[in-house]
Each structure stands twice: as structure tokens, then as C-alpha cells.
Design a protein around this ligand. Structure first.
Ligand code: KIV
Length: 275
């Protein structure tokens, strides 16, 4: 899919049909202005639970709540007209049972206008994915490094190296067979990502995976250089907005203290402007 060819926001089936074609383009977004900036350039936009770390200063995604996702989902939705919106199910909102997952996914879809939900997990979440899809909720799966499980994975490590590759392949096949319309592969070896891409019939969306995936996603604050607490190897910074922003704020502070801001063009005379 290309930005210029788009006439309406893609549906999950359009994303699925893009398998093997021009790579799908995706970024995360959490606010209306960011969504507006990327709308014409992305096939889908993810309201990621990374919002907890990049906007709210949380140490991980585990503290993100349904209410936070709803609020950011509504903001992003207001900024999109041509990209599909996918929204993350936060930690604790879907793992307990398919019924719990349905209740929370339905709330996210109805209150934010998202076109699909994303949830983390492979073989163990396949029955939940099938339950949701059969009840009208399109699901994007997320396997490999699943940040909501860092406490059991032992941190943000590469997943699927060596013998663990078989389990990751089994996860990919399970979520595809369960009816997911696409699967995010996070932080997996390049060769394994290529094998998964060849094996499953749904698009693979890479983040720290391979250029051979059917699409790519990055956290927007990472690629714009706005989130600087740390930089994962898979992040490419296309801009340095935190540095630019701090320089601008420092310049403003200096001008305020020197009384050079506001200048003549920023203040009002007591006479009404002549017509
Ligand atoms: O929450 C998020 O931003 C994500 C992407 C990293 C895929 O899940």
C-alpha cells in the first residue's frame, strides 16, 4: 500500500492482503497532533502501551491502565483520516480469560473508534485471539520480546535465539491460525524473522527484526529523538527533537531574563490598528 493510493482508511483485511507487497508503514501515536503528522504516511497507527514510558514517565508498560488507553486512543482517533488505528490492550486487561479480553477489547473499540486491538503472547493467547476474532474484534498479535512480560522474560532481551527459535515459530503459527490479521515481531534475530515471514500467511511487522518483514513499526518518540532515557539498538533517530526543544527553551529563558522577549512585534499598542 502507498500513501498516495489510499482512498479510505485500510481495514484489517487490507492489511492482511498487503502480505508480501510493498512494506507496511506504521508508527505509534498517543496524541492528536502526532497522529495528524503521520496520518498520510502510515498504513496503520498503533496507540501503544509504550505511552506509559514515553509520555507518563513509567518505568515499564505494566502500569498502563484501560482508562489511559481509552484517553490516548480517543486523542489519536481525532487526528486520523486515512490510516487505520490499532490500540494496545494493556497488561492485566486480557490474560485472565477470553471473556475478560472481549469485555475490554469491546470497550477499547467502542470508546476510541479503533479498527483493531493488539495483544501480546503466542501459543498461550491463541484461544483468546480466536475468541475475539469470532466475535468481531480484529486482533494484531505481538510475539518475540513482549514488554508486558519483562519480569518473566528477565528483561528486554533478544528472543528466539538458538533452540528458542522453534518456540517463536510455533507462536507465530498459532496466532496466525487463531485468526490474527498481522503479527508484530519484536527483537528477534533477523534470520528467524525472515523464516517466520516466509512461513505464516499474515503480515509480519518488525521492530528490531528484519527489513524482510512485511512491515515495520517504531515508537514515534524514539524515532523523533523525543524519548532519550535510553535508545534500543533497533531504533533509528530520524530527528533530535528533545535536543532541539531544550535549545529552544534555553533561548527563551535567556531572552526573558534579558528582557529581549517579548519584542515590539509581540506586544500591543493602545491604539486600534488603522483599517
Ligand atoms: O507499545 C508499543 O509501542 C508497541 C510497539 C513497540 C510495537 O507495542
Amino acid at each position: 500500500m502507498s500513501a498516495t493510493a489510499k482512498k479510505r482508511a485500510p481495514m484489517p483485511d487490507d492489511i492482511r492482503a498487503a502480505k508480501g507487497g510493498t512494506p507496511l508503514v506504521s508508527l505509534t501515536a498517543y496524541t492528536t497532533p502526532m497522529a495528524q503528522m503521520m496520518d498520510a504516511h502510515c498504513d496503520f497507527v498503533l496507540v501503544g502501551d509504550s505511552v506509559g514510558m514515553v509520555l507518563h514517565g513509567l518505568p515499564s508498560t505494566l502500569g498502563v491502565t484501560m482508562d489511559m488507553m481509552v484517553m490516548h486512543g480517543q486523542a489519536v482517533s481525532r487526528g486520523l483520516t486515512s490510516a487505520m488505528m490499532v490500540i494496545d490492550m494493556p497488561f492485566g486487561s486480557y490474560e485472565e480469560s477470553p471473556q475478560q479480553a472481549f469485555r475490554n477489547a469491546a470497550r477499547l473499540m467502542s470508546e476510541t473508534n479503533a479498527g483493531a486491538v493488539k495483544l501480546e503472547g503466542g501459543v498461550e493467547m491463541a484461544p483468546t485471539i480466536a475468541f475475539l476474532v469470532k466475535r468481531g474484534i480484529p486482533v494484531m498479535a505481538h510475539i518475540g520480546l513482549t514488554p508486558q512480560s519483562i519480569n518473566t522474560l528477565g528483561g528486554y532481551k533478544v528472543q528466539g535465539r538458538g533452540d528458542a527459535g522453534d518456540a517463536l515459530m510455533a507462536d507465530a503459527i498459532a496466532v496466525a491460525e487463531a485468526g490474527a490479521f498481522a503479527v508484530v515481531l519484536e527483537k528477534v534475530p533477523e534470520t528467524l524473522a525472515d523464516e517466520v515471514t516466509a512461513q505464516v500467511d499474515i503480515p509480519t511487522i518488525g521492530i528490531g527484526a528484519s527489513a524482510g518483514c512485511d512491515g515495520q513499526i517504531l515508537v514515534v518518540d524514539d524515532m523523533l529523538g523525543l524519548f532519550t532515557a535510553f535508545k534500543a539498538k533497533f531504533v533509528k533517530r530520524y530527528a533530535h527533537l528533545a535536543d532541539d526543544g531544550e535549545a529552544a527553551i534555553a533561548a527563551y529563558a535567556e531572552e526573558v531574563r534579558a528582557r529581549t522577549f517579548p519584542a515590539a512585534e509581540h506586544v500591543f499598542s493602545d491604539k486600534a490598528p488603522s483599517k
